[in-house]
Design a binder for this molecule. Structure first.
Ligand SMILES: *Cc1c(COP(=O)(O)O)cnc(C)c1O
Length: 432
C-alpha cells in the first residue's frame, strides 16, 4: 500500500499534510514517501526469496541521492546507464561492486571509470563494445566482468517509445547471434564471462511477454553456464504500475482496471517466472525502476489561472512538461487530485503548464473539480521518470524534491537558483 491518502479532505504523505509541505518548500515540488519506497523494494525482494537474487534498482527512474542511499541501505544493487549514474551511486554511499552498467554508447572514459571502480558487470550491447572493453581492461591490467544483453525479439505490448526487446530497437544482440558472440568473447584475454542479460521494455502490465522472453532465453543461459560457467541471469526491469485510480485503490498493485483486467503484481511476476528460471541454478538479477519509485512520488503544483475560452477550460499551473514530460512524450495518463478537497463544480478541463509548447499538458478534457487560483493540485505516480527527465527549457529552474519519513521531511534537492541555469554560459570575448 502506498502512503499517499486522504484524511478527511486533505491529502497526506505518510504523517504530513501535502499542503503543509507545499507551504514550507514551495511549488512545483516533488514529494517522495520513504515508507512506500521501502515497501515496494521489500515486496519485490521477498517475491524472489526462494532463489539467490539481487535487485539492481534502475537508477535512471529516479536518481536522487537520498533514494539511492535508501536503496543501498535496503541491500539493493544498481543498474546504471552512464558514468554519471555510477558516480551518483558512489556519491550516495553505494558500491560499484553491486552495479551493472548498461547502455549502447559507453565511452572509453566511462568504461575506464567503471573498471577502476570495480563494477559488478558490463551489460554489453554490441560486438564493438566487447572489443573496446577488452582492450581497455588490458590497458589497465584488469579483467572486465561482462554479460551480453540479448534481444529476445519479444513485443512487450507497451508504448512504442518504451519497447526495447524487438529487432526494431537499438538495444542488445539478437538471440540467435548471442552464442557466437560468447564464443568470440571467450577467446579474449581480458574478459570474464560472468552473466547473461535482457530487458524487453517498460511499464509492462501483463506477465505473458516476460514469460515468453524467459522461455526463449533459458536454454541459452543453461548452455552458457555449462560452457563458460556464467554466474547470473539478469532479467531486466519493466514491471508496470497503476497510473489510473492509483489513489482510490489504496493498494497500487491489486487493482481492477476499468476493463476488468488485473494488474500484474510482483508475486505473480515471480511465481510465473520462477519455474522457468529456478532450474538454471543461476543467481537472478532484477532491474526494477518504475516499480520502486513510480507510486512513491507525487508532483505538487499551484494553480495560477483558470482560463475559459468558450470551447474549453484550461487550468494553468506552475508545473509544466519541464517537471513531468511523460504525458507529452508517451501520451501517459497521470491521476490529478486536489490537495484539499472542496466543493467545486466538476467540468472537463485541460491541466496545462506555462511552457510555450502545445504538448505541455498533464491531461486533456478530463472531468475534474475546477480549482481556484492559488489552490494546489497533486499529480500522482510522478516518482519515476519525472524529476530525472526535467529540463531548464524556458529557463525554468529545476524544482525542489522532498523525502518524507513518518512525521519528518527533508529537502533532498533544493530548488535550483535561477542564476544557476546560465552559470556555465558567458558572452564571447568580442562582445565586450
Ligand atoms: C530503463 C531500464 C530498466 C528499468 O525499467 P523500469 O520499467 O523502470 O523497471 C531496467 N533495465 C534497463 C536496461 C533499462 O534500460
Amino acid at each position: 500500500m502506498h502512503a499517499f491518502q486522504f484524511r478527511q479532505d486533505r491529502l497526506y504523505c505518510e504523517e504530513l499534510s501535502v499542503e503543509s509541505l507545499a507551504r514550507r518548500y514551495g511549488t512545483p515540488l516533488y514529494i517522495y514517501s520513504q515508507l512506500t519506497l521501502t515497501r515496494n523494494f521489500r515486496r519485490l525482494d521477498e517475491a524472489w526469496a526462494s532463489v539467490r537474487h539481487l535487485p539492481c534498482y534502475a537508477v535512471k527512474a529516479n536518481s536522487n541521492l537520498a533514494i539511492l542511499r535508501l536503496m543501498a541501505d535496503l541491500g539493493s544493487g544498481f543498474d546504471v546507464v552512464s558514468g554519471g549514474e555510477l558516480r551518483r551511486v558512489m556519491a550516495a554511499g553505494g558500491s560499484a561492486h553491486r552495479c551493472v552498467f548498461a547502455g549502447v554508447a559507453k565511452t572509453e572514459e566511462e568504461i575506464g571509470l567503471a573498471l577502476r571502480a570495480g563494477i559488478h558487470c558490463f551489460n554489453i550491447e554490441s560486438e564493438a563494445e566487447l572489443d573496446r572493453v577488452d582492450r581497455l581492461a588490458g590497458d589497465l591490467g584488469l579483467t572486465a566482468p561482462v554479460a551480453v544483453r540479448v534481444n529476445p525479439n519479444i513485443a512487450a505490448r507497451t508504448h512504442a517509445k518504451i519497447t526495447t526487446g524487438t529487432y526494431e530497437n537499438k538495444f542488445g544482440i539478437a538471440l540467435d547471434l548471442a552464442e557466437s558472440v560468447y564464443e568470440r568473447a571467450a577467446r579474449k584475454k581480458n574478459l570474464w564471462l560472468r552473466g547473461l542479460q535482457m530487458h524487453i521494455g517498460s511499464q509492462l502490465t501483463q506477465v505473458k511477454p516476460f514469460e515468453d522472453a524467459a522461455r526463449r532465453i533459458a536454454p541459452l543461459a543453461a548452455t552458457l553456464k555449462r560452457k563458460y560457467g556464467i554466474e547470473f541471469l539478469d532479467i531486466g526491469g519493466g514491471l508496470g504500475i497503476v497510473y489510473q485510480d492509483a489513489l482510490a485503490s489504496g493498494d497500487p498493485f491489486w487493482w481492477q482496471s476499468p476493463q476488468g483486467r488485473r494488474m500484474l503484481t510482483p508475486e505473480q511476476y515471480a511465481a510465473r517466472l520462477l519455474p522457468i528460471l529456478e532450474p538454471l541454478g543461476l543467481r537472478i538479477l532484477l532491474e526494477p525502476g518504475r516499480f520502486i519509485t513510480g507510486n512513491a512520488g507525487i508532483l505538487v503544483t499551484k494553480v495560477e489561472y483558470v482560463k475559459r475560452t468558450g470551447r474549453k477550460t484550461f487550468v494553468i499551473v506552475d508545473a509544466a512538461m519541464t517537471e513531468l514530460i511523460r504525458p507529452a512524450f508517451y501520451d501517459a495518463y497521470h491521476e490529478i487530485v486536489p490537495v484539499v478537497r472542496r466543493r467545486r463544480r466538476v467540468e472537463p478541463c485541460d491541466v496545462v503548464g506555462g511552457v510555450c509548447e502545445s504538448a505541455d499538458y498533464f491531461c486533456k478534457d478530463r472531468p475534474l473539480p475546477i480549482p481556484q487560483p492559488d489552490e494546489l493540485l497533486a499529480i500522482l505516480s510522478a516518482g519515476a521518470y519525472g524529476s530525472v527527465m526535467a529540463s531548464n527549457y524556458n529557463s525554468r529552474p529545476l524544482a525542489a524534491e522532498v523525502l518524507v519519513h513518518g512525521r519528518r521531511s527533508a529537502l533532498v534537492r533544493r530548488r535550483q537558483p535561477v542564476e544557476a541555469i546560465w552559470q556555465w554560459e558567458n558572452t564571447a570575448p568580442w562582445q565586450d
